[in-house]
Design a protein around this ligand. Sequence first.
Ligand SMILES: Cc1cc2nc3c(=O)[nH]c(=O)nc-3n(C[C@H](O)[C@H](O)[C@H](O)COP(=O)(O)OP(=O)(O)OC[C@H]3O[C@@H](n4cnc5c(N)ncnc54)[C@H](O)[C@@H]3O)c2cc1C
Length: 458
Amino acid sequence: MTKTYDAIIIGTGQAGPFLAQRLTGAGMKVAIIERKLFGGTCINTGCTPTKTMVASAYAAHMVRRAADFGVVDSGLASVDMKLVKSRKDSISGQSRIGVESWLRGMTNCTVYQAHARFESPTVVSVGAERLTANRIFINVGGRAVAPRMPGMEEVPHLNNSSIMDVDFLPRHLVIIGGGYIGLEFAQMYRRFGSEVTIVETSPYLARHEDEDVSTAIREILEREGVNVRLNATCIGFSKRGEDILAHVDCDSGDREVVGSHLLLAVGRRPNTDDLGLTEAGVAVDKRGYIVVDDHLQTSVPGIWALGDCNGKGAFTHTAFNDAEIVGANLLDHDPRKVSERITAYALFIDPPLGRAGLTEGEVRKRGRHALIGRRPMTKVGRAVEKGETQGFMKIIVDAQNHQILGAAILGTGGDEAIHSILDVMYAKAPYTVIQRAMHIHPTVSELIPTMLGELQPL
Ligand SMILES: Cc1cc2nc3c(=O)[nH]c(=O)nc-3n(C[C@H](O)[C@H](O)[C@H](O)COP(=O)(O)OP(=O)(O)OC[C@H]3O[C@@H](n4cnc5c(N)ncnc54)[C@H](O)[C@@H]3O)c2cc1C
């Protein structure tokens, strides 16, 4: 027998549960389906566990630096990886339980726990059951790519999910991929006490950032003893006894890296390959991302795609914003669009990178007549007081209309301070609004007005 709902939501990641609340709140009968862990990637194998581990790594780092602050540590501090993991499991587990109980307690919401697959544009199978609705929302997220590299099948390897079970200290962690995920794991494991080598195919870490940002990130990591191998154009693996040999064809240095454990952080792919999208007639692009319009509707009327699986974002905040956009369009007669949002994200190494809008490189490429302001963190009082002066901030504004085009704050508090810039960008207000604002002393944010008073032609 087929059960009928007003709406079906596939996946309980960062968009599905909030959307379920909105739809049930509007009186709809909703089915929500989860095949694995409630809360999806962010809560279980992404943001939450990594940020709890980044916090443990920061604590270890500060213990080592205690003497710099006049704190004398008479004991021998060490990192207990079992305790680091259990703290992580506890925080992540509480979030997972929170999402599950929220959904199970939601009036008019029925939770199914099985793999969902389309049978037609309006019918979804869930295990032995069949559900139907005129509105179906896909929020299936993504998973780590397992690249085909020579020797891959001969060596054991970790990804962002399996590394969550590690409760010991890898002697030497080799990380393939110098993007955001690889960089966060690199610094945290180095701070836990592992030797760490990052192998990256491009000439830069965090290669989508400006060269000055990327270089500063590399310096921050190298200063802590992380080995960085760039331009690794030909990566392969083999076993040598207990060790893993990563063959790297780099411009300089040894052509092999010998490690004890291997982490692959080379990208993500959408979970759209076993979803019956052909049966539903939903179009995907050549990388498997579901094609959506500015309101997140797919090629089939009545089916929407939200979060990482639509390729419009790769963050928790973009997935959540997708749910806000769909909810506003369906329930509030508010035609919100994806194209209205401004690029914003952070890289949670220490110090973090907060980013908003265009990079300097993108502004130059577009040939915009622009002005730029820069300030090293050595000239930010709060950073000096905290003994955390690595990094810099920069901001780019349109020379004609004075609107802010983009900014990067790589430095202590950069992940928070970026938001004052982001909000003024959303307001489409001129940069002079921040320049004339009185910010609180002593903060990183208080130097943003000063930086804006020293703009130079780009
Ligand atoms: C290591 C790491 C660190 C990260 N750190 C950050 C960060 O600090 N900040 C940030 O903003 N983002 C971060 N991200 C990205 C963030 O986790 C994702 O962008 C976000 O989780 C995407 O949410 P989503 O709702 O699209 O999908 P997901 O959270 O992946 O949820 C999808 C859900 O759908 C379920 N599902 C899939 N297929 C089916 C099916 N056929 N039937 C039933 N259920 C199904 C899955 O089991 C899953 O629970 C990180 C990611 C990783 C890997």
